[in-house]
Ligand binder design. Structure first.
Ligand code: MRU
Length: 368
């Protein structure tokens, strides 16, 4: 997607320096800064500190981390250590383990001297596949939006609500939940997007920055506003992303997603989840009991980051000093609250049957 007229992916390989370039998302939407990742520690830190974030982007970054590790030392022991270090960075988004396992499966059988080239080729492939997956999710999501638009008076916008940032910044390009929005806007279907601020880290501001740069009509709202808007008929469709979806279609996503799904259910608002197949965890059925939920720094709750009138980025405390805070970063929406899953192969029910019919090859592979 474009930033000030230049097309960017959220990461790119610099062939001259043999380094991975990332957008350091800690400073967005106030400042656009890029960073080169030179060492395995740089990769791990970038993921831990959420310089890169969002399930698909974390996976693609980890794949490039394995490519760097293979270039430095392609031995089994070094690659195993790199796998462990990267896998320990964040616990919930399954794309991380998916990408690391794919690297391990590809590299292990190869002679040591072929591993570095193969690892870089694979990282490029994972990044390119992510872009194509998200483009396809957008094409299927666009059909949903068109259906709703067709039932409205001509020119009246389809009003979508989204939570967190499942945009191009959270993927390699397009985004998952935002891809249908970009494609609808580009196709001339009028839309308006309600963007949840998504405390504590306010990833909604990233979504606002993205959609605003693309000229998409939007309103940034507090996390608590969605239920009210739905009760008053102001939301036609909810689309969120996901960090891990189980084989029975339970959806783990940013904290607060579950409450939006409950409100959508109570108000008969369709609740869809944009789901790339690498985000499916075929090893887990019940998401509530089986998905590890990241417990983040309580300082994210007690403090907020913003920009001062003089343009400086600063952090302010909002709670009384020494207030004890708790910060679970994700929640699980049970499949019964999910209207459907928008995947790169089409839209299916949030159920084991729906996912198995859509991905028979993947469910077979997972059983091996
Ligand atoms: O904690 P983050 O910012 O990495 O979480 C991101 C989200 O929860 C996104 O909504 C999710 O990863 C989907 S990304 C396409």
């Amino acid at each position: 997607m474009k930033v000030n007229g230049t097309h960017y992916r959220s990461l790119w390989w610099d062939m001259n320096q043999s380094v991975l370039m990332i957008i350091d998302q800690r400073w967005l939407p106030h400042d656009f800064r890029t960073q080169a990742l030179h060492t395995l520690d740089d990769f791990a830190t970038a993921i831990i500190e959420m310089r890169v974030r969002g399930a698909p982007l974390i996976g693609a970054t980890a794949a490039y981390g394995m490519a760097l590790a293979a270039a430095l030392d392609p031995s089994d022991s070094a690659l195993n250590a790199a796998w462990e270090q990267l896998n320990a960075t964040r616990p919930t988004a399954i794309n991380l383990r998916w990408a690391l396992n794919r690297c391990a499966e590809t590299l292990q059988p190869l002679p040591v001297d072929e591993r570095a080239a193969a690892a870089l080729k694979l990282a490029h492939a994972i990044a390119d596949e992510d872009v194509e997956i998200n483009r396809r999710i957008g094409a299927y999501g666009l059909l949903l939006i068109r259906d709703i638009a067709a039932k409205k008076p001509a020119g009246e916008p389809v009003r979508l609500l989204t939570h967190c940032n499942a945009g191009w910044l959270a993927t390699v390009d397009w985004g998952t939940a935002t891809s249908p929005m970009y494609q609808a806007h580009d196709a001339g279907v009028p839309i308006h997007v309600w963007i949840d601020e998504t405390r504590p880290r306010n990833q909604g501001a990233l979504t606002a920055w993205e959609l605003g740069s693309h000229g998409i009509s939007q309103s940034y709202i507090t996390d608590n506003a969605g239920g009210h808007l739905m009760q008053h008929g102001q939301v036609d469709l909810v689309i969120t992303g996901t960090d891990r979806t189980t084989r029975q279609g339970d959806v783990c996503n940013k904290i607060g997603t579950y409450l939006k799904a409950l409100a959508a259910h109570d108000n008969d608002v369709p609740f869809y989840v944009a789901l790339p197949s690498p985000t499916i965890d075929w090893t887990v059925s019940d998401g509530v009991s089986q998905i590890p939920i990241e417990d983040r720094d309580s300082r994210e709750v007690s403090h907020v980051q913003g920009v001062l009138d003089n343009g400086e980025i600063d952090v302010l405390r909002v709670t009384p000093e020494k207030t004890s805070c708790s910060n679970p970063a994700f929640d699980v929406t049970p499949n019964r609250l999910v209207t459907g899953l928008i995947t790169e192969r089409g839209i299916c029910d949030a159920s084991e049957h729906g996912l198995a019919a859509m991905f028979p090859d993947l469910i077979r592979k997972a059983a091996l």
